[in-house]
Write a protein that binds this ligand. Structure first.
Ligand SMILES: CC(=O)N[C@@H]1[C@@H](OP(=O)(O)OP(=O)(O)OC[C@H]2O[C@@H](n3ccc(=O)[nH]c3=O)[C@H](O)[C@@H]2O)O[C@H](CO)[C@@H](O)[C@@H]1O
Length: 377
């Protein structure tokens, strides 16, 4: 078999790796996909949009599984997959347990690892936990570091990664976003569930909320309080696609059901989600990917975290860290709702995270590396 094995486990990995898989396939490179299914439903939903079917599916999600237990099982299973597949390169993305386990299992088998979205840092090992640790571990053993921004590349060089192993590519999420927006223009019906929400707006401002991160679990009640308080306003419609994780879903659902201007939704497919985001007056989020997508569409992003590994949006003034204190969230959202100038200042469309050609650059680099290794043999 041989060739390249792409390992992925969660929704954002599927969204961000789909353009890379497609770019490699366009170059006729031998590429296979292994899903750990760390997040089963959301992963399947995201893969379906691009018609990607995993060649290998480890299906290892178990209720209540600790990160360590999941990582251990992944390493055992991936070790066997790498042996059976005789993989020559492994591609991982970002900072999940899947990415970290796959990079380590490949390292032990001396299989070169390509890391997509390398070099993101908050500079605090515990924020976010475990992602900051996962990405640093991957950086110490990867052979190719595809950095989304120059700041990410700088962080890698500062940690001693050799200059020639780093390539600034942009973030592949911008490629995915360009592709889905082009599809929505010709097939508006792809917006699906988003259309119902848009029909409910009746001139009200749409506030889109996403909340799923581990560090938000403890703050779920605060976040729910903030949304309830915002829902007192008659000039907003709040749309909240709920993450399936009960630790966050249950408290939000309990606190927010039966409010006329709060639309609690099932997790949306990527196309409907992008349709909602592009119609939103602002987005209130703890998501990494949404922080990257919002500026491309000129949507102000209020980030419910205390630190971010994506400083570019903050520096450009289109994103702002607001933490998880309910009063602070309400104040910051109301400021944008009531002050048109403040809103306009945060609505400048720009793309600090890429130009939509990241996957092409990654595929070119890997194709050149393959050609080189064939020449050496
Ligand atoms: C610490 C941290 O920040 N880590 C991140 C984490 O990912 P995240 O925080 O970005 O994860 P989510 O928010 O789940 O996904 C977001 C994507 O999902 C789309 N979306 C959202 C709601 C919905 O209803 N339907 C959708 O389609 C949305 O547009 C977006 O593209 O792991 C990634 C993988 O390693 C990393 O890259 C990334 O650093």
């Amino acid at each position: 078999m041989g060739g390249i094995l792409v390992v992925l486990g969660t929704r954002p990995e599927a969204i961000k790796l789909a353009p890379v898989i497609q770019a490699l396939r366009r170059r006729k490179m031998p590429v296979r996909v292994c899903a750990t299914a760390q997040h089963r439903e959301l992963l399947d939903q995201a893969l379906a949009l691009d018609g990607i079917r995993p060649d290998i599916d480890l299906n290892l999600m178990r209720p209540g599984q600790s990160i360590g237990a999941a990582t251990g099982r992944m390493m055992v299973l991936l070790d066997k997959v790498f042996a059976d597949e005789r993989s020559e390169r492994v591609i991982v993305q970002g900072d999940t347990a899947t990415a970290c386990a796959a990079a380590q299992a490949a390292f032990y088998r001396r299989i070169p690892v390509a890391h997509v979205e390398a070099g993101l840092r908050t500079a605090d090992l515990s924020t976010p936990h475990p992602e900051e640790g996962n990405r640093r571990m991957i950086s110490t053993i990867a052979d190719w570091h595809f950095a989304p921004t120059t700041a990410a590349a700088r962080a890698l060089r500062n940690e001693g990664v050799a200059h020639e192993k780093i390539l600034v590519t942009g973030n592949t999420v911008v490629d995915a976003l360009h592709q889905v927006r082009a599809r929505l223009r010709v097939q508006p019906e792809l917006a699906g569930a988003a259309l119902n929400v848009l029909n409910r707006c009746h001139g009200r401002k749409l506030v889109l909320v996403t909340c799923h991160r581990r560090e938000s679990f403890a703050a779920a009640d605060d976040i729910a309080d903030a949304i309830r308080a915002l829902a007192m306003r008659r000039d907003v419609l709040i749309a909240l696609p709920l993450h399936p994780n009960p630790a966050i879903r249950r408290p939000l659902e309990q606190a927010l059901r039966n409010l006329e201007n709060v639309a609690l939704l099932e997790p949306l497919d990527f196309a409907p989600f992008v349709a909602l985001l592009s119609a939103a007056y602002l987005v209130l989020t703890d998501s990494g990917g949404v922080q990257e997508e919002a500026p491309v569409m000129g949507v102000p992003a209020l980030v419910m975290r205390d630190a971010t590994e994506r400083p570019e949006g903050i520096a450009a003034g289109t994103a702002r860290l607001v933490g998880t204190d309910s009063r602070r969230i309400v104040t910051e959202v109301c400021r944008l709702l009531d002050d048109a100038k403040a809103h306009a200042r945060m609505s400048r469309a720009h793309s600090p995270y890429g130009d939509g050609r990241a996957a092409e650059r990654i595929a070119d680099a890997l194709a050149a590396a393959s050609a080189e290794s064939l020449a050496v043999r």
